[in-house]
Design a protein around this ligand. Structure first.
Ligand SMILES: O=C(O)CCC(=O)C(=O)O
Length: 330
């Protein structure tokens, strides 16, 4: 009995392997087909906010990014927010600041997945650093991706809406998080993806995005890294402290600004899309799109994260992810 089960299992497993081999060797062609069909050459602009129906039908459902103009002009923040305004109104408020030696928080550095040192600093001190009036070791970025706007800077809430009404209606939910971002030009967000429909609003300055559609997954490498955190010493140097209790983290080692194609040759088949989001503009960044972000010095932004629907699109992405891993393309 045992041996017949074993034989049967062995047979099934060989059949599965053959099917997998066929599927993975055919992997790039549906991906190219998808990219040609669905991925624009540039991120399109809308001159005004879409209706909930248009937003859902034209952008969310086909999982396409766009930049929306004139969607924020009724926010007092657009007129009021500046570094001097923050100094006068919320300067004494302590905020969480991500501090890194090189501007990269949550990124692969060497053989580690590095997380930032997190410091609580009065916002006025961060403003001093941004304006060149004070110095602090490393690179500062006011960012904490768990609704730091309402939790850490609630005094600023009257200056904007608590959600994006046409998006909330289209998606049938309220945002899971409303995040505030303010940092130095050297602060970079490494290439990653999220399970959020992201409405990213630039209030002052500019953000530079580099995207890859989810269909580029087979060409984007992931590896497993030991997680570690930067620790800032009294002398102002950075120590790397391994997070021994944490599991290894799957992350993208590749820098899309200077890809190491000798090491990751498949990346040459991926199609990067770039855009700059300027003050007063709102980017719709669909769930599962890979993104890498840079900014101008002192750029002020707020974004709304709406949890994605775990629907067929999500399942297709998971399938592509599994096939990519199984094929060894990673
Ligand atoms: O603005 C940034 O630096 C990163 C934004 C981001 O990664 C996100 O909103 O998911």
């Amino acid at each position: 009995m045992l041996s017949s089960c074993w034989l049967q299992w062995g047979g099934t497993s060989r059949a599965a392997e053959a099917a997998l081999g066929a599927a993975t060797s055919a992997l790039p062609s549906p991906v190219f087909f998808l990219s040609e069909l669905c991925v624009p050459l540039a991120v399109p602009y809308l001159d005004k906010p879409p209706t909930p129906l248009h937003f859902y039908r034209d952008w969310v459902c086909p999982n396409r990014p766009c930049i929306i103009r004139n969607a924020l002009q009724h926010w007092p923040a657009l007129q009021k927010w500046s570094l001097p305004y923050f100094r006068a109104t919320v300067g004494s408020t302590e905020v969480s600041v991500a501090v890194t030696p090189d501007g990269y928080a949550d990124a692969v550095r060497g053989d580690r997945f590095m997380m930032p040192a997190e410091r609580r600093l009065p916002l006025s001190f961060v403003l001093d650093v941004l304006e060149g009036r004070a110095q602090h070791p490393g690179v500062l970025y006011v960012q904490k991706q768990c609704s730091n706007l309402p939790t850490e800077l609630p005094q600023l809430l009257p200056d904007l809406e608590s959600h994006v009404p046409w998006a909330s209606e289209a998606l049938g939910k309220m945002p899971d998080a409303v995040n505030f971002w303010l940092g130095e030009a050297a602060a970079v967000t490494s290439l990653h993806k999220d399970h959020y429909e992201n409405l990213y609003c630039v209030v002052s300055g500019e953000k530079h995005f580099l995207f890859h559609p989810p269909s580029d997954r087979p060409f984007i490498p992931y590896e497993l890294y030991t997680p570690a955190t930067y620790q800032l010493t009294e002398e102002g140097t950075f120590k790397v402290v391994d997070e021994e209790a944490m599991e290894k983290v799957p992350w993208i080692p590749l820098d899309p600004l200077a890809p190491d194609l000798a090491r990751y040759p498949s990346y040459s088949q991926a199609q990067a899309l770039r855009c700059t989001v300027r003050a007063g503009e709102m980017l719709y960044l669909p769930a599962l799109w890979f993104h890498h972000v840079q900014q101008s010095q002192g750029c002020i932004a707020v974004n709304f994260w709406y949890d994605m629907e775990y629907d067929l699109k999500y399942s297709y992405f998971q399938l592509l992810d599994s096939l990519t891993k199984a094929s060894g393309l990673d």
